[in-house]
Design a protein around this ligand. Structure first.
Ligand SMILES: [Zn+2]
Length: 243
């Protein structure tokens, strides 16, 4: 377990550091893994947590460095060029993460069983593969939007979502249906009156219907809790403490 996690983090640190084109990439990755081990021994934190902390801090530093170099560069590139949001295909073990991604407004599905070549399946769907399998992690390459993103199985789901949003610099969008992943559309209250629980109808006027499965949504306390958790995992609030 610890070996597989370290393999995954090594691949991910390599992907991260490649963005700033260091002269000695492997040396940099080794240094960070050694730093995580030292942190684990010094403070008695489990190695998976130490690796996660070193990774978060490194991502934050890479982001700051990229922001600085971008500010220095004079380019004629248009700002805010429209980019299609990525869609995701998750491992069978990451069904919970797929649901959270839907809540964050992204198209996401998960494989119901294992696959001989999950990356090929993701490519066929035009999706980014999210996986906990460290053997797939080495296929991350160096693109800002990789074809496969390794996600640590040691993290809780909402924190896995935070890792995905921060790694790919994605802000939460309009929520999608957590059950089927389709878009939610505002619907007049009177059209769905018969389906609204009487106590909810008394204090809520805004309702949404899933365009896929027809499920009815409103911004109740459950929704508000989810929205609060999503806000906490946004890339813009990712300032990480030095480990
Ligand atoms: Zn639905």
């Amino acid at each position: 377990m610890a070996d597989r996690l370290e393999t995954g983090y090594r691949a991910k640190l390599r992907w991260l550091l490649a963005k700033v084109r260091p002269r000695r990439l492997d040396f940099g990755v080794d240094l960070l893994v050694r730093r995580a081990r030292a942190l684990s021994e010094r403070e008695g934190v489990p190695l998976p947590e130490a690796l996660a902390r070193v990774y978060e801090f490194t991502r934050w530093r890479v982001k700051k460095r990229l922001e600085r170099t971008a500010a220095c560069r004079l380019t004629g590139q248009p700002l805010d060029a429209p980019v299609r949001p990525p869609r995701f295909l998750c491992d069978p073990s990451l069904g919970g993460l797929a649901r959270w991604l839907r809540a964050a407004g992204y198209e996401a599905d998960w494989m119901r069983s294992g696959s001989a070549d999950p990356l090929a399946d993701a490519r066929r769907r035009g999706a980014v593969l999210l996986t906990t399998d460290s053997r797939q992690a080495v296929r991350m390459g160096s693109e800002a939007m990789p074809e496969v993103l390794w996600v640590p199985s040691s993290l809780r789901r909402v924190h896995q979502l935070g890792v995905v949003l921060r790694d790919l610099d994605l802000e939460p969008r309009e929520p999608r249906c957590m059950a089927c992943g389709a878009e939610l559309r505002a619907v007049p209250k009177q059209e769905v009156a018969a389906r609204i629980p009487p106590r909810t109808a008394r204090w809520k006027d805004e309702y949404f219907l899933c365009a896929g499965c027809g499920r009815l949504y409103w911004q109740g306390t459950h929704w508000q809790r989810i929205a609060a958790r999503l806000q906490g995992e946004r890339p813009s609030v990712s300032a990480a403490a030095r480990p």
